[in-house]
Design a protein around this ligand. Structure first.
Ligand SMILES: NC(=O)C1=CN([C@@H]2O[C@H](COP(=O)(O)OP(=O)(O)OC[C@H]3O[C@@H](n4cnc5c(N)ncnc54)[C@H](OP(=O)(O)O)[C@@H]3O)[C@@H](O)[C@H]2O)C=CC1
Ligand SMILES: O=C1OC[C@@H](O)[C@H](O)[C@H]1O
Length: 386
């Protein structure tokens, strides 16, 4: 149901963000966008409307007409017919890269070399070698580079983290995370099905590993016990679905088993009914509780967190659309995950401590885990290109 969530977010953002458009600060950060990707309005353009500290000042496309059309539609002052031209523009402080996965590393490298801070779409690169290279470059240049794991910035995610962080319910025993899209919901021409663009279900639905690692507070998986890919009929190098069992080391040597499952072509019930209820979710079992976070990827639309206490056998439910352990009184109920992310990004570029951050170390561990799953499945690591 990932696409449906995306569409709902577009609507949510359209309604709320444009209603809350505010005047920009004099020294607002100027960000440019590389590509006219579908995700741009939800992830950056709309959220920026309600942030006084950032202006979307340029957009670049391989086709100048697309760039102009998008610029006109969203009131973006400058349009460029190539990504290089935007990067050469001295008035731009940062870029948002929403190119296909396989192009992330090459364009993040060019952007950093051009002196721009980078908000880079997930998955950060095609593989861990590329992630290490761009992380090293960002550090060398002293520029901000971050993987856009928007969901991690939402108050609901912090509330779940808080539930497991201090062993309130004992140690974590196991986790289970899934993300699926109904059969036929992603057109065959989509970048997600293209080997050359580092497509595949685990790459696109990388959230399942991100959520697992975030709640465990773990680095890269210690072991991939098994990884079973269901290859795409038209190209067996692409995983239409991936089912894997991983082992992560947490705390002092304790090992947790984590099941992850992605499916970009999830069979409908009786061939007809898309599983609309199957939103991205994670279950975390601890010694004393089972915690379930429903719709962790886009909690701003709808989510719930249930805590089943094994000792009392009572289930309680929580929802958090604002506030929480990290944001406190900052933020609004209508802020999307992307809006929270943008708040943190602007803070980081401005040298302020963001309430939460996706570190480069974490993005490298994320890609190491993805590489290991692909290797175990027999499909092999993904490759990047320009
Ligand atoms: N954070 C989130 O919630 C989401 C993140 N994503 C991530 O964002 C990225 C973009 O995804 P999505 O919006 O679906 O992408 P789209 O397919 O909509 O757009 C990709 C853009 O990349 C540019 N491009 C450059 N070279 C190519 C090529 N060879 N083939 C296709 N496009 C090319 C095109 O822009 P142009 O022609 O203008 O140059 C195109 O519009 C991915 O990395 C994806 O994982 C996607 C959806 C949600
Ligand atoms: O990041 C994403 O989030 C929403 C999904 O629709 C999409 O496939 C994925 O790229």
């Amino acid at each position: 149901m990932a696409m449906a969530l995306q569409i709902a977010t577009f609507l949510q953002q359209y309604i709320y963000a444009s209603q809350h458009a505010i005047k920009k600060d004099q020294n607002a950060l100027r960000i440019g966008i590389l590509s006219t990707a579908m995700i741009n309005p939800a992830a950056l353009i709309r959220p920026a409307e309600s942030h006084g500290g950032i202006i979307v000042s340029a957009i670049a496309s391989r086709d100048i007409n697309n760039a102009k059309e998008t610029a006109h539609k969203y009131g973006i002052p400058h349009a460029f017919g190539s990504y290089e031209e935007l990067l050469a523009e001295p008035g731009i402080d940062a870029v948002y890269i929403s190119l296909p996965n396989g192009m992330h590393a090459a364009w993040a490298t060019k952007a950093l070399n051009a002196g721009k801070h980078v908000l880079l779409e997930k998955p950060v690169t095609a593989n861990a070698d590329e992630a290490r290279a761009i992380a090293g470059l960002a550090e060398e240049k002293g520029l901000v580079l971050v993987e856009a794991f928007h969901w991690q910035f939402h108050p609901a995610s912090h509330a779940v983290k808080d539930l497991v962080a201090d062993h309130k319910f004992g140690k974590i025993i196991r986790t289970w995370a899934r993300m699926t899209s109904p059969a036929g919901s992603i057109p065959k021409s989509d970048i997600r099905w293209q080997w050359d663009l580092a497509g595949g279900s685990l790459m696109d639905m990388t959230y399942v590993i991100s959520a697992t690692r975030y709640f465990l507070g773990a680095g890269a998986a210690k072991e991939v016990v098994y990884a079973t890919a269901r290859p795409l009929q038209e190209d067996n190098r692409i995983d239409e679905a991936m089912d894997a069992l991983l082992k992560f080391e947490v705390d002092a040597g304790q090992v947790v088993q984590s099941h992850i499952w992605t499916d970009m072509n999830r069979a409908n019930v009786g061939f007809l009914i898309p599983r609309v209820w199957e939103l991205p979710s994670i279950e975390i079992e601890t010694e004393h509780a089972i915690i379930y976070y429903y719709n962790f990827m886009m909690p701003h639309l709808y989510h719930y967190i249930t805590i089943y206490d094994k000792r009392t056998k009572i289930t309680t439910t929580q929802k958090h659309y604002s506030g929480g352990p990290l944001w406190g009184t900052r933020g609004e109920k209508w802020w999307s995950t992307y809006r929270y992310q943008l708040e943190a990004f602007v803070d980081k570029v401005r040298g302020k401590q963001p309430v939460h951050w996706v570190t480069l170390e974490s993005s490298i561990a994320q890609m190491e885990t993805i590489d290991a799953v692909y290797e175990k499945s027999g499909l092999g690591k993904r490759q990047g290109h320009e």
